[in-house]
Design a protein around this ligand. Structure first.
Ligand code: AMP
Length: 510
């Protein structure tokens, strides 16, 4: 089934319902949305020879045309390749080449001016005469192109905290099942809700468009094209029942801003957070200010937005004896998947940490043109996530780290996340990240990079005392490095590889 058929059915049932908004301004009803999608699909096929299975790359910020392009590409039976808009044109050219994209849609049409795009790829600027001409090739086909559920719909180039990104092949069925899992395990959906694309639509926020298309809800594109707490508050007050996906850093920014502005989440129905660690201290503060509006998900491009969910009622329930452990977890396996922890040969014991393995219909088909990496990652029919965690007796998964980030000191595994949780609770600490530094004595030493809150200072000795109260001595950082900010990739994930490289450099110099 073509995932675009969801737009088809909603547009026929509710043609006059407003679908897409720029800020508070409605710019397309569902009928209009479908009309543009069909016409542009026809334009891409007739003017550019687009065939089913061809790739179309999109290098845009969050703008309404992005959503329309998703569906136009699927209508034509082709594959969308959303490219993170913060990438350098050289990185974009690499992805376009790797994907073998026939078309690239960009803002200024000049991505290829620095590093020429591969031959056979045509770049089109949104809004240019060539773009407008796409709509002038007739109405297009009545129904979306016939595809099977196993055909690739979305080539998802992972954010890559190391090395070159790989193209994750997500099929029409992967996307459909991920959306069904949302309705079962994340939030109830209804046509009066509006999703705000506050996070990049090339990533998780885009994966969430389907449920709102299916329900006939609103798709709201902030005028700022990014994440601005005040704008989110204004839009939420205007629409009511807003839903958004937000990285933990965005939730933190919203919370910090609310402390001074007095905003308490008016109009926000749900903030789904995930994509990186949310520290217990931060979600506690968010709950105190905003109430039970939060749901957490854990997923990765290879099983998008769908490994576990930590439901609203569990996050908000303070009465359960395990509430603090549960709140620090990422929740339970979603309905669409099976999850287990890899043992060292034998079956893992309950509560023992190990690599998280996942199986089910949301798991990718494989990596684009990379059979070796696909075979490695999907060995024995299980997705090897590269994340380390432990599952408690009630099925709650607590993530400790990426497997490569685990610190081994004196032969013992130390999970940085555990140390970070403790330090993040210190009132003078704004952000923290813990990595291992090579040590001739211990193999690795624990080092904490700390960003202090504005105006606050914290001496290492104070942090040392703080840690001593809560964690075993061997886990305490041996060193603290204070910095103005932590290096992050364009989706806000802390680049531990860069922190380790910094340490290596300073150690070399000393
Ligand atoms: P990506 O493929 O870019 O979506 O990145 C996925 C990775 O982000 C996962 O493998 C995890 O390491 C991390 N991640 C995703 N969700 C969470 C979460 N809720 N808490 C902590 N880390 C997360």
């Amino acid at each position: 089934m073509n995932i675009a058929s969801w737009l088809h059915s909603t547009a026929r049932a509710k043609p006059d319902t407003p679908a897409i908004f720029l800020g508070t301004r409605p710019i397309a009803t569902y009928g209009e949305f479908l009309r543009r999608v069909r016409a542009r699909a026809a334009g891409m096929s007739l003017s550019h020879g687009l065939q089913p299975g061809d790739r179309v790359a999109v290098f845009l910020k969050n703008i309404p045309e992005y959503l329309e392009l998703f569906y136009a590409v699927w209508w034509a039976g082709a594959i969308i390749v959303p490219v993170n808009h913060k990438l350098h044109p050289r990185e974009v050219a690499w992805i376009v080449e790797n994907a073998g994209a026939r078309l690239l849609f960009s803002e200024d049409g000049a991505t290829g001016s620095e590093t020429p795009l591969p031959e056979g790829c045509r770049e089109i600027a949104v809004g240019s005469p060539e773009w407008t001409a796409l709509e002038e090739q007739g109405d297009g086909t009545e129904a979306p192109a016939e595809v099977t559920g196993e055909d690739t719909a979305w080539l998802f180039y992972s954010s890559g905290t190391t090395g070159r990104p790989k193209g994750v092949m997500l099929t029409h069925d992967n996307l459909r099942t991920a959306s069904l899992a949302y309705a079962l395990d994340v939030d109830q959906i209804a046509g009066d809700q509006a999703t705000i694309y506050a996070a990049p639509i090339s990533h998780g926020a885009g994966i969430y468009n389907f449920v709102f298309v299916r329900a006939g809800g609103g798709h709201v594109f902030p005028v700022s094209r990014g994440f601005n707490p005040e704008e989110i508050a204004d839009l939420s007050r205007h629409f009511g029942q807003t839903v958004m996906f937000a990285a933990p850093t965005m939730v933190k920014r919203l919370v910090e801003w609310s402390k001074t502005s007095g905003y308490r989440g008016d109009g926000i129905r749900t903030i789904v957070y995930g994509g990186g660690p949310m520290y217990a201290a931060d979600i506690e503060e968010a709950l105190q200010l905003f109430g039970p509006r939060f749901v957490q998900i854990y997923g990765q491009a290879e099983s998008p937005m769908t490994i576990t969910s930590l439901r609203r009622e569990i996050i908000a329930d303070r009465t359960h004896p395990d509430h603090s452990e549960r709140r620090a977890s990422v929740g339970q396996a979603m309905a669409s998947i099976e999850m287990r922890i890899a043992g060292d040969g034998g079956p893992p014991r309950e509560g023992e940490p190990g690599e998280i393995l996942v199986r089910g219909p949301t798991v990718m088909k494989g990596y684009w043109n990379n059979p070796e990496a696909s075979a490695r990652t999907l060995a024995n029919g299980w997705l090897h996530t590269g994340d380390v965690g432990r599952i408690d007796g009630d099925g709650f998964l607590t993530l400790t780290d990426r497997s490569k980030d685990v610190i081994i000191s004196g032969g013992t595994n130390i999970y940085p996340r555990e140390v970070e949780e403790v330090l993040a609770r210190h009132p003078a600490v704004l952000e923290v990240s813990v990595v291992g530094a090579p040590s001739s004595e211990w193999g690795e030493d624990v080092v904490a990079f700390v960003v202090s809150r504005p105006g606050a200072t914290c001496a290492p000795v104070e942090l040392e005392t703080w840690c001593r109260r809560e964690i075993a001595s061997f886990k305490k950082p041996k060193r603290y490095v204070f910095c103005d900010e932590l290096p992050k990739n364009s989706y806000g994930k802390v680049l531990k590889t860069e922190l380790r490289a910094r340490l290596a450099k300073t150690d070399e110099a000393s």
